[in-house]
Design a binder for this molecule. Structure first.
Ligand code: PHE
Length: 517
């Protein structure tokens, strides 16, 4: 018993619970570090009213890049009436948020143009494809009215293909968990862990391991219905998959990476996607910002920071504003003449661009649903295609589109260097190892993207060798020039990174403007 008179945590919570109900109690538990509270970051968007008492208008801001970061900056500043202009080098708005549909054309640096021939309702998210529930991207979807649906990131019926063999994800999990549980249970039972475990611990751990591995009475993994069936139960008990291979073979299959992906805090189920394509986020942001504020085909050639203004020059024009926010990829920005100093240039050269690629494979028949019973999710492989994504939309419709590879780094460079035809050929050869001849024979059309070959981007994302002083330097303005983008956050390669960075920039800029007004 705690001392009377001492305010114990439990006593406090009981009091709060009685006064404020369970919700208040959980919030208080979060504050005490007991129940996890996932969102305590606050962002206050600029408001029109922030200027009304100051007798001064909002500032004029030129934003470089009309991707998710640039658009979010313009959207948030727009709430307070800032006069924003976005300069976009490409003739398309959205940056890496790219959804391809039938009729779209994709061009690459020194490459052939590809025409998407997908049927009605079929789309290919060539850039971002999934959103975790804790990400700020979800808040923007809600605020902008972008409808979302579940993205199946993990599917027990999808496959794991390693060392030349294909098994269902559920089978790989059952066997790995089974054997791991058996080994640990036996070591526990034989008192090998007594230095760490009390007698009670031992019993509790064994109880857990029996469940975790579906172990037999002798703490042995003998296979499990969790592995799946060749014929599922119905009027009779069906036909369960036969017993697992031995421990040695199961370990040799090397399924570790494949079966732990959804353990990641950013990959855990459920994840989400906008209905109808990821670019709904861009569409709604542009509507909110105003299409007339975005100038496309404007490749920036010079940035000059002056005492009281910034001048941005592009091919065909020049614009002077109070502030500039540049969201260009650091390796692109580093090559544009500016007067921000050598430290800034050096910092911009620190993050290393990483190649990333995807191929969309369209089929006239959703054989993965009809024959494999795979509805969404990902097959993990140790091949150079890395993953196969099955669509999390349009179930049971006629056509459908798989992502036949999604890779980064070396394998992405390998595919990116091929012609679109050779990329497709290679992807089909790999996928055939898992799905058989139909994978090649039934293909209708395909489009592939190599982000390192996309003009004005030249990379899928960046890798920071370390989140060092270059990283923190660029999180602050250089004179009147601010930097933003996913590359300036710990959420590199997520739209949420672009949005968090945009919010940080908007907060800093607005504070400065309102303080100086
Ligand atoms: N956001 C991308 C994805 O989900 C890339 C990424 C993967 C980034 C894993 C971080 C971790 O595929």
């Amino acid at each position: 018993m705690a001392d009377r008179g001492t305010l114990t945590r439990r006593g406090l919570l009981v009091g709060i619970g009685a006064a404020g109900g369970a919700g208040a109690m959980y919030a208080a538990m979060g504050a005490l570090g007991l129940a996890p509270s996932e969102q305590d970051k606050t962002f206050t968007p600029p408001r029109q009213g922030d200027f009304t008492l100051k007798g001064r208008g909002a500032a004029k801001v030129v934003i470089l890049g009309a991707g998710v970061a640039g658009l979010t900056v313009a959207y948030e500043l727009g709430k307070a009436g800032y006069d924003c202009t976005l300069l976009e080098a490409s003739d398309r708005i959205g940056g890496r948020n790219l959804t391809l549909r039938g009729g779209d054309r994709l061009t690459e640096l020194n490459g052939a143009a590809q025409d998407a021939r997908f049927g009605e309702g079929v789309y290919f998210n060539a850039g971002p494809g999934r959103i975790a529930p804790w990400m700020v991207t979800m808040d923007y979807c809600r605020e902008l009215g972008v409808p979302i649906e579940t993205f199946v990131n993990s599917n027990a019926s999808a496959y794991v293909h390693t060392e030349g063999r294909t098994v269902r994800n559920k089978t790989a999990r059952a066997d790995m968990y089974g054997y791991v549980a058996e080994l640990l249970a036996k070591a526990t039972h034989h008192r090998a862990l007594d230095r760490r475990l009390t007698g009670e611990d031992r019993e509790r751990l064994l109880e857990f391991l029996r469940r975790f591995g579906d172990l037999g009475p002798k703490l042995t993994y003998e296979g499990s219905e969790r592995r799946g069936f060749t014929r599922y139960p119905g009027m009779d008990g069906g036909t369960a998959l036969t017993s697992p291979a031995g421990l040695h073979e199961v370990l040799a299959a090397g399924v570790g990476r494949a079966i732990t992906n959804d353990f990641g805090y950013d990959q855990a189920t459920p994840m989400f996607q906008p209905v109808g394509g990821m670019d709904a986020i861009v569409t709604r942001l542009v509507e909110a910002v105003g299409r007339d504020r975005v100038r496309t085909g404007a490749r920036v050639t010079k940035i000059t920071d002056q005492a009281g203004s910034v001048t941005v020059t592009w091919e065909g024009g020049e614009l002077t504003a109070d502030y500039c926010v540049t969201t260009l990829p650091p390796h692109i920005l580093a090559k544009i003449p500016h007067n921000l100093g050598a430290l800034v240039t050096a910092a911009l050269r620190t993050p290393v661009p990483v190649a990333a690629g995807k191929i969309g494979l369209e089929y006239g028949r959703r054989w993965w649903e009809l024959e494999d019973r795979i509805y969404g999710g990902v097959t993990e492989t140790d091949l150079d295609i890395t993953h196969i994504w099955y669509p999390s939309y349009g179930y049971h419709s006629e056509r459908g589109l798989l992502v036949g590879y999604y890779n980064s780094g070396e394998p992405a460079e390998l595919y990116g260097a091929l012609t679109p035809e050779d990329r497709r050929r290679r992807a089909l050869t790999q996928g055939k190892k898992i799905h058989g001849e139909k994978y090649r024979a039934e293909l209708l059309s395909s489009v592939s993207i190599a982000w390192e070959r996309q003009p004005h981007l030249q990379g899928g994302w960046v890798r920071w060798p370390a989140f060092d002083s270059s990283f923190t330097l660029l999180q602050r303005p250089s004179g009147r020039v601010y930097f933003a983008g996913d590359w300036l956050t710990h959420l590199v390669a997520w739209q949420a990174g672009a949005m968090e960075s945009a919010r940080s920039t908007v907060t800093q800029l607005h504070r400065r403007v309102t303080a100086s007004a």
